[in-house]
Design a protein around this ligand. Structure first.
Ligand SMILES: NC(=O)c1ccc[n+]([C@@H]2O[C@H](COP(=O)([O-])OP(=O)(O)OC[C@H]3O[C@@H](n4cnc5c(N)ncnc54)[C@H](OP(=O)(O)O)[C@@H]3O)[C@@H](O)[C@H]2O)c1
Length: 347
């Protein structure tokens, strides 16, 4: 991967998208190695996120991570329509959306994808993900104790019924790639064994304090691209996703030291590290200065090998998005969602 010097691609608040690194997925398609996240974390309005999407295209972003559950695809669709009318062709963009947990039913998958396409005002998605491997959902803005009344564990046969419909979306030409999110190694092993169309990516929490080396290596060695959410530690995440043990990667002395050397925000160090390590970070921001500096971070002076080594040593195994609201039994520890024993947690 080539990173350019700051003097080349940075012109008047614009980064030439051709200079942004790309990852090649197994179909040969090229995916921009940074995307803009669009989850307003229950407190940023849909209109603000849509304005950020439009602004991000102006500064050089070409990749957007959307989801029906973020409740803003309709507004983002209007922004995309403006962008496609004014200055870009659809083929220049990489647009991801996700199937929400209440739409895993065989009759819901295609309809839900069509709804996202209608809302986003586009005719195909570059990537459609199963947002969580559980059909358990929560209401927007709920607290950490919220549970679906008929919550279930992971049942592979059920997941495969959903996946067959995801495959059909590719056959129908509605989506170019399908993928997973919040999966674990044992769940992915089963999916890779049984899929007709394999997942192109796994979207997973990845930041300097949660590097998930085993899952990261598994994803890459099986021909998938790791997409990293919460890449700067999600300082604006909902209350339900906060616990007293959580750490803050942007306050880590190693990250702060590197930020001081380069004269950049610690968040940008996290983004540079992510892209150099080989994942695709999808930082959220509605602040033009912030999302521009994140993009500039991936085309400017790279971190040194020593700095990359120092960051790999600060992993705290600190998962921020623990997913309590997707548990299926009363009194269950959140770790049950993540198959920490190496086997899928029994029902
Ligand atoms: N698949 C999943 O289950 C899943 C789960 C969670 C998230 N996601 C996706 O991942 C995306 C990113 O995750 P996230 O939004 O939770 O967390 P994040 O990207 O780690 O953090 C976003 C926060 O960081 C701030 N920020 C970003 N760049 C900054 C900079 N250069 N300087 C200072 N502050 C900066 C933003 O504030 P400002 O707006 O003020 O800049 C925002 O509050 C989401 O938007 C969503 O698309 C997916």
């Amino acid at each position: 991967m080539e990173l350019r010097s700051a003097s080349g691609p940075l012109i008047n608040g614009y980064v030439d998208p051709a200079l942004v690194p790309h990852r090649t997925v197994y179909t040969g398609a090229r995916m921009p190695a940074i995307g803009l996240g669009t989850f307003g974390s229950d407190h940023v309005t849909a209109a603000e996120v849509a304005a950020a999407v439009e602004g991000a295209t102006e500064v050089g972003y070409r990749h957007f991570d959307c989801a029906s559950v973020y409740g803003n695809e309709h507004e983002i669709g209007y922004a995309l329509q403006q962008v496609l009318r004014k200055h870009l062709q659809r083929e220049q963009l990489w647009i991801t959306s996700k199937l929400w947990n209440d739409k895993h039913g065989e009759n819901d998958v295609i309809a839900s994808c069509r709804k996202s396409l209608t809302d986003l005002r586009i005719s195909y998605l570059d990537l459609y993900l199963v947002h969580w491997p559980f059909p358990n959902f929560h209401a927007p803005g709920c607290d950490v104790t919220s549970r679906s009344k008929d919550a279930k564990p992971y049942i592979h046969a059920e997941f495969m019924k959903t996946w067959r419909k995801m495959e059909e979306l590719v056959d129908l030409g509605l989506v170019r790639h399908i993928g997973t999110s919040n999966m674990t190694v044992p769940k992915l092993k089963l999916l890779l064994r049984d899929a007709r169309i394999k997942p192109a990516v796994n979207e997973m929490e990845l930041h300097p304090h949660f590097q998930q080396p085993q899952l990261f290596d598994f994803v890459r060695s099986n021909g998938m691209v790791p997409v990293g959410y919460c890449p700067v530690g999600s300082p604006g995440r909902p209350e339900r996703d906060r616990t007293p043990e959580d750490t803050v990667p942007t306050q880590d002395p190693v990250i702060v030291k590197i930020a001081n050397r380069l004269g950049i925000h610690p968040a940008v160090v996290c983004i540079k590290w992510a892209v150099q390590r080989g994942q695709i970070p999808i930082p959220f921001s509605t602040n033009r200065g912030h999302y521009l500096s994140n993009l500039e971070g991936v085309v400017s002076e790279p971190l040194s090998d020593d700095e990359m080594g120092e960051i790999s040593a600060i992993d705290r195994n600190c998962r921020l998005i623990k997913g309590q609201v997707f548990l299926w039994k009363d009194g269950q520890p959140w770790e049950d969602l993540w198959d920490l024993s190496g086997d899928i947690t029994p029902p």
